[in-house]
Design a protein around this ligand. Sequence first.
Ligand SMILES: [Zn+2]
Ligand SMILES: [Zn+2]
Length: 748
Amino acid sequence: AAGDDGACDAHFVVLGDYVTTEDGTGLVHQSPAFGADDMAICLAYGLPVVNPVRRDGHFADDVRLVGGQFFKHADADLVRELEHRGLLFKHVAYEHSYPHCWRCHTPLLYYALPAWYIRTTAVKEALLRENEKTKWYPDTIKWGRYGDWLRNNVDWSLSRTRYWGTPLPIWRCPGGHLTCVGSLVELGELAGTDLTSLDPHRPYVDDVALPCPDCGAEARRVSEVIDAWYDSGSMPFAQWGYPYVKGSEEEFEAAYPAQFICEAIDQTRGWFYSLMAIGTLLFDESSYENVVCLGLLLAEDGRKMSKHLGNVLAPMPLMDQHGADAVRWFMAASGSPWSARRVGHATLQEIVRKVLLTYWNTVAFQVLYARTNGWNPDQTAPAAAERPVLDRWLLSQLHRVTRDVTAALEVFDTQRVGARLGEFIDDLSNWYVRRSRRRFWDGDPAALATLHETLDALTRLLAPLTPFVTERVWQDLVRSVDPNSAESVHLASWPAYDVGLVDDQLDAGMALTRRLVELGRSARSEAKIRTRQPLGRALIPSAAFAALSEELKAEIAAELNVETIESFAGARDLVDSAAKANFRTLGKRFGDRTPAVASAIAAADAGRLAADLAKQGSATIDCDGRPVEVTPADLVITERPREGWSVVNEHGETVALDLTLTPELTRAGLAREAVRLIQEARKKGGLDVVDRIRLTWSADGATAQALRQHQELVAAEVLAVQVTSQLEPGAGWHANPELGLSFSIEKA
Ligand SMILES: [Zn+2]
Ligand SMILES: [Zn+2]
């Protein structure tokens, strides 16, 4: 560098903070023409930029020793020369990474070239302002990874020295005057000829010469093309041909800025930036309001997918195998979209089985029974409030899920959308339809209307996640019976949430009902008594008995196949009760007297306490001669029935089944078994669900008695218009030795 006295320092030290002692010696040679860091340091110290390499990667011919050689092949001559001069300290092969062309594997050379830039640093404050307005999912990216990128903004290196790409629309004359052209019309005006049908790419655009507006000399286009990221960021207006194409201004105004964009996390310096930067530069407003930043997909084993590991799952075969809807559901709903997630066949199979097939089978069920009963949605059904309890409950659940899904979609929480819809489909199939089958067989208009309304709304709620199966269902279930409905589910309006149909008390009651049913099922399986065998009664906790409506108790009785539901309090002679103090609450209320109250609770008649608490919400006990009032929070009551019961207790709730099998109950059980066998025979015989049959049976002993006593029930269940019995079974009859029953059926 030149000093004040005009002399040059031949040797001096320059400093750079990118040089570390971790790699190498901490000493680095500087080649300003071949690296951005080197260039910055050398310019800062006023060192000249020397470049002996031509653009084709060969040394210039006049360079001593290596002139004309490809830069990478010059090493051998240089080493030999140093050795020859006795200047070589040591020569060893040293392994380090080096950039190569990804396509032809040619070694690459960093090379300083003049380039065109967009001065994005001039709008840095505007970019920060636009980012502040933008909603990021997840929020951490906003001022983390992306915010850092904006705060450290550098001018956008726009030009590329390539052939393919959008040509940089700048014409230059020999005098160096620059003319930037904004459209084909403008180019034609400058060139003095109509160029509106010109292909604006190379080589055609390079043929266009124009007289320089400044000096009149011939101007030619510069040779560079534009960075392809610029094209990606121009999408919001370029897709409409804005502002030149007719109608494009309206299209642009209506769509700008976009409500949301979605790409993977690696786009912070790519598309997320190019869209925001170009939008801000041109319109002083980012081109999107929300951005959903997706996490990466991992293989089923949790590792990154790679050809090398052989764990790559290509998307198209996954869709071929499991369906595009299952893959889409996985992407949107199986886990947080912005977390890294594992994808595999097992996950997709589960989505198909648990969600899509359950939904599809429920639709098929409705279609079947609507058809066989000649039902269509025009038929009058009772008002929602007048329908049976299961219908009212389903509509309440439907409006809850509508509310939750709508709210979750508003905040881009597709995981919650999937979770709520999955739960709802499970409730719909495994509780509502399961408990309502009989009403569908009977063609009950309330049931058919309720399920139709529910599937109509559910299909619209599911449509964004599973667009294909829902479209098919829409056409089959809705459009086929209502020509005024939307042409496609994707054109249908979003289901409305009606708070009037949500019934908190009913929902809580049904949840309790289902918990008790679960306990009852466990009690049955512990006692190894199959569900078809009716039992006399089930006992449920006194508090539950008081809380549940008769309709819900009837659901428990029907689902558990028991004749009556009673409370533990109502069956005191059968139950051993015990009461224990809850010291936590007692301590707060009674202080010093807590031990005395606790012993009084233990000494009290627990059965009476339970009954009083269930009935009045409080009970009075005698504590050292003084009456003390206690509430359910003050004590824990355990109720256990005596001999002959199967009892299951979970989370403080108990259900007990009376296992006594009277001859009456045994016969009812035998009749149920017979019904099951005949139903199986119907199915095997290929009968339609509505086909009527003639039944002939032969049995003896208890089974014969059971069939005679329950003939009407059996006939109704198996759709028999005629039931006859005979002493000896005929040839080829269905036979069940365990039951001592033989029978034949024929279509009536
Ligand atoms: Zn190459
Ligand atoms: Zn000029």
